[in-house]
Design a protein around this ligand. Structure first.
Ligand SMILES: NC(=O)c1ccc[n+]([C@@H]2O[C@H](COP(=O)([O-])OP(=O)(O)OC[C@H]3O[C@@H](n4cnc5c(N)ncnc54)[C@H](O)[C@@H]3O)[C@@H](O)[C@H]2O)c1
Length: 330
């Protein structure tokens, strides 16, 4: 039995990771989350399982972490404040992502745990070196633009993780997740375009596209991110490495909207509104293409994405539709 601590357990990736580990068996899981973004509903079905314990704890609360982290074999650190919109302060992103990661690295050092850190494709920034490779340069925009704070916080965390690895020998693995989604995604800005589009199309609402929609993304179903994470947990070759995880299928934002509309088959017209980039992001330049090079994940972990974008969107539509029908009593 391996003892695992998952931070950010009530979020999208964390809650699906717990489902997977409990299904595989052989893991005793301690999950923590302060529920600032995550939802207890995402994990409620596992509460009462003797191999899963949930604690409403903040990653900034080091005293409690020290107790919960005792004798943990692997920490999967997912708790973070993700992308922020222009209306929000950048401080929670910078402070929680950095202090929280330092706390879990300290914890791993204290109890001799392996640490899996969830970084992001955002760190590649405006790099034009497509597909993005782990040893490529990171091209970040000016500090006056707060949208960059998320990428910068994760780059700092990656360096901190390497610092603990080299200085104290803490076995760390840095996973750079590319966009993932599931029916448990947030339907707000931070959950990415696919959940927002699905929600809007099912509710017959106008779909808002930033720019002309030709920018492309490579989106993965959450099960692929979870699968790669479990492979990294179990693989000693991954220690000290940065590894891209996700799906390398590329699709433009506008084509994704058309695909969702056709798969949802609502019988209603697609309503799209294009909003100029500057209106949404100010001086921030959106990333035109974001595609992972997955060769390292394939070679080191034996990873490859298993769910294509069509299947992923179809099953998300089905579950979101059920949830909407249940909430409206249909
Ligand atoms: N989902 C993606 O597409 C994606 C892509 C790249 C990177 N990531 C990274 O993967 C990780 C998980 O992403 P996700 O999509 O599940 O995000 P999420 O927002 O669904 O989950 C993050 C969880 O962390 C919790 N949290 C935030 N601050 C906390 C704190 N101070 N103490 C305790 N809990 C706290 C939130 O309540 C939430 O449940 C994040 O670190 C994110 O940056 C995700």
């Amino acid at each position: 039995m391996k003892k695992i601590l998952v931070t950010g357990v009530a979020g999208m990736v964390g809650s699906h990771l717990v489902d997977e580990l409990l299904e595989q068996g052989g893991y005793e899981i301690i999950g923590i989350d302060n529920l600032c973004f995550g939802r207890k509903d995402n994990i409620i079905h596992n509460i009462g399982n003797p191999f899963f314990k949930f604690y409403n704890v903040d990653v900034l609360d080091m005293e409690t972490l020290k107790i919960l982290g005792k004798d943990v074999d692997i920490i999967v650190h997912l708790a973070a404040v993700k992308k922020i919109s222009e209306k929000e302060s950048a401080l929670p992103t910078l402070q929680i992502n950095n202090k929280g990661t330092e706390n879990v690295l300290e914890l791993a050092r204290m109890w001799g745990s392996k640490l899996i850190f969830s970084s992001t494709s955002d760190v590649y920034g405006m790099s034009l070196d497509i597909p993005f490779k782990e040893d490529g340069d990171l091209l970040i925009g000016p500090s006056m633009i707060k949208r960059w704070s998320y990428a910068v916080s994760k780059i700092f965390d990656e360096q901190l993780a390497y610092g603990y690895f080299r200085t104290y020998g803490v076995p760390v693995v840095i996973l750079r997740y590319f966009g993932g989604f599931s029916p448990r995604s947030s339907f707000t800005w931070s959950g990415g375009h696919i959940p927002i589009f699905i929600n809007a199309i099912l509710k017959d609402e106008e779909l808002v596209i930033h720019g002309d929609g030709t920018q492309t993304r490579s989106m993965a179903y959450v099960s692929d991110l979870v699968h790669g994470t479990v492979l990294a947990m179990e693989n000693d070759q991954a220690v000290g490495e940065i590894i891209n995880l996700g799906n390398d299928e590329e699709m433009s934002v506008i084509d994704t909207a058309y695909l969702i509309h056709s798969l949802a088959a609502t019988g209603r017209e697609l309503k799209v509104k294009f909003v100029p980039m500057e209106e949404v992001f100010g001086k921030y330049r959106d990333i035109t293409r974001r595609i992972p090079d997955l060769s390292k994940a394939r070679r080191l972990l034996g990873y490859s994405p298993r769910v294509n974008i069509r299947e992923a969107i179809s099953s998300t539509i089905a579950e979101v539709r059920n949830n909407l029908n249940a909430s409206t009593g249909k």
